[in-house]
Design a protein around this ligand. Structure first.
Ligand code: SF4
Ligand code: SF4
Length: 380
């Protein structure tokens, strides 16, 4: 295992993410504690010293189980990270109560790393409020030694990330973001990395293999990659890509079984970052992959003024593309909550006036119809 320096500590290059622990009976709230115990033992034997969890993982049971299993080891033999559930606006008024509950559940007196969970467009205004500092309570806990290092995780776009940093950048010691070779351009991850660099904030990476999506990529791409590293697996390429980014201090992987864990530990035995040429090849593959799997909306906005219901069409397509790439239906419903009533994709009347002006010839009405069908299914 290689290590990276952070302040006065040495963190293992790979951290154990505890949001996808092995489960029983297909129920994500029932963690297979026997297997999780073996995995945590293997992590510590292999040199992994960073364990990341959160209030909401596994229906609240990740904190409980990880705390219980780590209790079997000396407190100073690992670094523990958890998060305040700031993705839920209704919990902002309950910070002290939740923080105490977390310490109790995890059976510890302090957290080494504590994060505001998922700063994003929906909660940014709760954080950035000129009348009060939302984080005062956590600053106090840091002064009391109950939080060693304070940071945040973000799914925010560049502008919201900037707003958060303008308000709290001086106090944030690290930031956890989704980063991988596919999102570097597609999700503008590069710009976010540059912004964090300006604030001298080191990066913790989540979703290095994009929720497993990059763990197996089409054979045509693997063939190209094998010319450079004949034995490297698709996940290994993801990790080697991140190792080439100097701001990346911690790479988290949410491992669900021993095989994944053993494989990842093998990769992190050494730092073997991609060369410039290898990185360019990954970007070339990313471009091709995105072109083949998403709609080519350029966000020119020619269509929006033609929509009788003022649907923010490029915004809808951006989320739709994201869901298509991840094979889920998560971003679109989240984005729909932000749109005003009467202006949601489900309000599309199928007039197709938008399509008449779209230079990319996107069948926008079909996108809206597909979304309507999925929403209906989800609501059943
Ligand atoms: S087809 Fe739908 S999205 Fe396009 S202009 Fe008409 S109502 Fe708006
Ligand atoms: S006109 Fe087409 S390319 Fe332009 S924003 Fe609308 S959907 Fe996207």
């Amino acid at each position: 295992m290689y290590y990276n320096g952070f302040k006065d500590v040495k963190l293992s290059g790979l951290g154990m993410g505890n949001m996808r622990l092995p489960i029983l009976e297909g129920d994500s709230s029932k963690i297979d504690e026997d297997l999780a115990r073996k995995m945590i033992a293997y992590c510590l034997e292999s040199g992994i010293n960073y364990f990341d969890t959160a209030y909401g993982y596994h229906g609240g049971n990740s904190e409980r189980v990880v705390g219980k299993l780590l209790k079997e080891y000396p407190r100073d033999s690992f670094y523990l990270a958890t998060k305040f559930p700031s993705y839920d606006a209704s919990l902002f008024s309950r910070m002290p109560e939740i923080f105490e509950e977390q310490l109790e559940k995890m059976q510890v007196d302090y957290f080494d790393f504590y994060l505001m969970h998922n700063v994003n467009r929906l909660n940014i205004n709760l954080f950035v409020n000129p009348e009060r500092n939302a984080l005062d309570y956590f600053y106090e806990q840091k002064e009391n030694g109950r939080i060693r290092h304070l940071g945040f995780s973000a799914h925010a776009d560049y502008d919201d990330l900037k707003k958060y940093l303008e308000a709290y950048g001086d106090h944030m010691e690290f930031c956890q973001i989704q980063l991988n070779w596919l999102d570097w351009d597609f999700q503008n991850a590069k710009k976010r990395v540059e912004l964090l660099k300006e604030y001298h904030i080191p990066i913790w990476v989540m979703e290095p293999v994009r929720g497993g999506k990059l763990a197996s990529i089409p054979e045509e791409y693997m063939e190209k990659l094998r010319k450079y590293r004949p034995d490297a697996t698709a996940p290994e390429w993801c990790f080697r890509f991140l190792q080439a980014i100097p701001e990346v201090t911690m790479i988290l992987s949410g491992m669900s079984n021993m095989e994944q864990l053993e494989e990842n530990v093998k990769t992190f035995a050494s730092k073997e970052p991609v060369s410039d040429e290898e990185r360019d090849l990954l970007f070339e593959i990313a471009r091709d992959f995105v072109n083949k799997n998403t709609l080519p909306c350029t966000a020119c906005r020619y269509c929006t003024s033609y929509c009788p219901n003022n649907i923010d069409i490029p915004e809808v397509i951006a989320s739709y593309n994201e869901d298509k790439l991840s094979g889920s239906f998560f971003r679109v419903p989240m984005m729909m909550r932000r749109l005003p009533d009467g202006c949601k994709p489900t309000d599309c009347v199928g007039c197709r006036s938008c399509e008449e002006v779209c230079p990319q010839e996107i069948k926008i009405s079909e996108v809206m119809a597909d979304i309507m069908e999925r929403v209906e299914k989800q609501n059943k």
